[in-house]
Design a protein around this ligand. Structure first.
Ligand code: SAM
Length: 236
């Protein structure tokens, strides 16, 4: 008998994680549900459309992104209330983790509509599980604000934090940010800069901030990055 969790239920919202680089990381459950829900709310219809085409799937797509989250949430909850099943995906990784998703999930919770997680890839967890920095607890702070003063204030505030800090950073600021870590937290602070996880040029730079900064300056700074900062007393 088929696993019941592979059949979308009427009126249910499925929060579906998608690959962060390697299509083979899509789970079997995610793939099956994406092919069976009535429609898919997605950040960018071209990105999700192209993933579905590669999977041989065709589904109605509803744009759901930072600029229409509130209006789109109303449309999606109306569809759910009428008995349709909806999956929400982002361009890559787990929806609602520095991606659209939170508002539709909150709207469903407020209205008593069931929300079902369909777990899978996330850059945050992928970096943490392979870095070798402490994972008994961590603070995920997403993207820091672009202003230098706000970024420095964050590092100063959490310099003595007892758990690992986890952040997303863009390729435009990764060098400057690693230099801020070096300056404010010291050359011996253990950090990990994980680049292009699950992709062709996957790289984990792990070590003392001074060493990681030097290696970063020598390599490519194209692509996507996760930054992890170990607690002050941690040694590799
Ligand atoms: N929701 C996604 C998740 O679960 O990981 C994150 C979306 S956020 C808009 C995109 C950021 O995640 C990138 O700028 C980068 O910091 C990080 N990221 C996404 N994919 C990555 C990858 N393959 N390697 C390293 N970092 C990645």
């Amino acid at each position: 008998m088929e696993n019941a969790s592979l059949t979308p239920l009427p009126g249910h919202l499925y929060v579906v994680a998608t690959p962060i680089g390697n299509l083979a990381d899509l789970t079997e459950r995610a793939r099956t549900l994406l092919g069976r829900v009535d429609c898919i709310a997605c950040e960018d219809t071209r990105t999700t459309g192209s993933m579905l085409t590669r999977l041989g799937l065709h589904r109605e797509l509803i744009p759901y992104h930072d600029h229409n989250e509130t209006g789109a949430s109303e449309r999606i909850t109306a569809l759910l209330a009428s008995g349709r099943s909806v999956a929400v995906v982002s361009d890559a990784g787990t929806p609602a983790i520095s991606d659209p998703g939170f508002r539709i999930v909150r709207a469903c919770r407020r209205q008593g509509l069931p929300v079902v997680p369909v777990p899978g890839p996330s850059a945050l967890i992928s970096a943490l599980c392979a870095a070798g920095l402490p994972t008994n607890g961590f603070l995920y702070a997403g993207f820091l604000p672009p202003k230098t003063s706000a970024r420095r204030a964050f590092l100063t505030k959490y310099q003595d934090f007892e758990y690992t800090l986890a952040l997303y950073e863009s390729c435009h600021r990764i060098v400057a940010f690693s230099e801020e870590i070096l300056e404010l937290l010291g050359p011996g602070r253990v950090v990990c800069i994980a680049r292009e996880i699950t992709k062709l040029h996957e790289t984990f730079l792990v070590g003392a901030a001074a060493d990681v900064c030097a290696r970063l300056a020598k390599g490519s700074v194209k692509g996507e990055f996760v930054v992890l900062i170990a607690p002050a007393d941690f040694t590799l």
